[in-house]
Design a binder for this molecule. Structure first.
Ligand code: PMP
Length: 437
């Protein structure tokens, strides 16, 4: 135990007695990288402080939501005001309409939206809606994409295209995933084969457009184009999971990035989370009116939530969206993020370390690999031990990146040029000692 982590260590020991693994979400436990998780005491701007009072430059930002940085004054004020008006009513509020209007004005593929409390809930509900609206059962997902922990999505590829997936978690009966087909990301040939075999039975294809759950891997433009074409051709719904990319990679979300390359590109359904709640439990799914009106109370697809559209969460989300739509916001955020990525790239090159990196808007990913991977299997060729050395080296120097090599990172509007310089300098020191491959 190093003196600098002792209070984190004590809290971790205490937490483990009462909370499985000491954490309320597994990746927080540092299982992949080893060591003691930092227990956060408070956060402000681009930083958080742990239980020892140690400061870290935060490149996780609650896994994406904190695009403005922590404790943005306009957001804090909106939340404080909302709290005084009441925590939860279980009855509609005007603020829900305002948030819906704000979201729909920024993502024009959505004509209606329903608010829920987590990305898992939003993804699960979007699939139920797609199945209800098409009257079909089967769905396609891709290896390395994460859409929350709904049973039907905790699945890995079966032995071939004719066989459907196998559960990746205990407690998920094989029958529950028997309708889920898992394909390789960016593999057009396999996608075409799957539609040729099962097209008439497929309710939806769900995809992270810029996958952030295998570090950062973009769907190639031809692949995304083919996803759109095949869904249209076979009457399946294209569901973009933008829980991570929504309002993170661009004001119009990842779909606007693809629409620049694919004229008229739009998904049928969009799943949102993270940024739209600004750090509060809030997520959403939406799409065309005719599909969304299949939901209860209008239609036969049931979906509900005691805390859905929570007044404090909607105040937080609304205040966040109003900040990010200010002119120049994404230009500045993208430039800052690019400066981190290019700085890391230059540092790695100077030290002779194989390195590749990418970013879009305020989302970035890097690999200790000479070239950017295109799918999950390629991501998993990364060397864990070297990543862990980098992770712990950065942590010791006050820089907090995701504690697993298969997670993307996030820059906020609060990260300064100096924060980026400090990070790059810290990384360079570690690159110098990193075992070359
Ligand atoms: N979809 C994506 C793309 C995600 O990154 C996540 C969470 N990281 C989810 C869905 C699930 O969201 P939540 O953790 O809010 O349930």
């Amino acid at each position: 135990m190093t003196p600098s982590t002792d209070r984190n260590e004590a809290l971790f020991e205490r937490a483990k007695q009462f909370i499985p693994g000491g954490v309320n979400s597994p990746v927080r436990a540092f299982k992949a990288v080893g060591g003691t998780p930092r227990f956060v005491q408070r956060a402000q701007g681009a930083y958080f402080w742990d239980a020892n009072g140690q400061r870290y430059i935060d490149y996780i930002g609650s896994w994406g939501p904190m695009i403005l940085g922590h404790g943005h004054p306009a957001v804090v004020e909106a939340v404080q005001k909302a709290v005084l008006e009441g925590f939860s009513f279980g009855a509609p509020t005007e603020r829900e309409i305002e948030l819906a209007e704000e979201i729909l004005s920024l993502v024009p593929s959505m004509q209606m939206v329903r608010l829920v409390s987590s990305g898992t809930e939003a993804g699960m509900s979007a699939i139920r809606l797609a199945r209800g609206a098409t009257g079909r059962s089967k769905l396609i997902k891709f290896e390395g994409c994460y859409h929350g922990h709904a049973d039907a999505l905790l699945v890995k590829a079966g032995s071939g295209l004719a066989t459907f997936g196998n559960p990746t978690s205990a407690g998920v009966p094989p029958e529950v995933v028997q309708h889920t087909l898992v394909l390789e990301y960016n593999n057009i040939e396999q996608l075409e084969e799957a539609f040729a075999l099962h097209g008439a039975e497929i309710a939806c294809l769900m995809i992270e457009p810029i996958a952030g759950n295998m570090n950062l891997v973009r769907a190639s433009v031809p692949f995304m184009r083919r996803c759109r074409e095949l869904c249209t051709q076979h009457g399946a719904l294209l569901v973009l999971d933008e829980v991570m990319t929504g309002f993170r990679v661009a004001l119009g979300s990842a779909q606007s990035v693809y629409a620049r390359e694919i004229p008229g590109f739009a998904p049928d359904l969009t799943v949102l989370g993270k940024v739209i709640g600004g750090g509060m439990p809030l997520a959403a799914f939406g799409g065309p009116r005719a599909v969304m009106e299949q939901l209860a109370p209008l239609g036969p697809v049931y979906q509900a939530g005691t805390l859905s559209g929570n007044p404090v969460a909607t105040a937080c989300g609304l205040a966040t969206l109003r900040e990010i739509r200010k002119p120049g916001f994404y230009e500045a955020l993208s430039a800052r993020t690019r400066s981190l990525v290019s700085g890391l790239q230059a540092a790695a090159q100077a030290e002779g370390v194989a390195f590749s990196a990418d970013s879009e808007g305020g989302m970035f990913g890097f690999f200790l690999l000479p070239e950017l991977p295109q799918n999950y299997a390629q991501v998993m060729k990364s060397d864990n031990a070297r990543f862990n050395q980098l992770f712990h080296g950065l942590l010791a120097r006050g820089v907090y990146i995701a504690p697993a090599l298969y997670e993307a990172g996030f820059v906020s509007a609060a990260h300064s040029a100096e924060d980026i310089e400090t990070t790059v300098a810290a990384a360079r020191e570690i690159f110098r000692t990193l075992q070359k491959q």
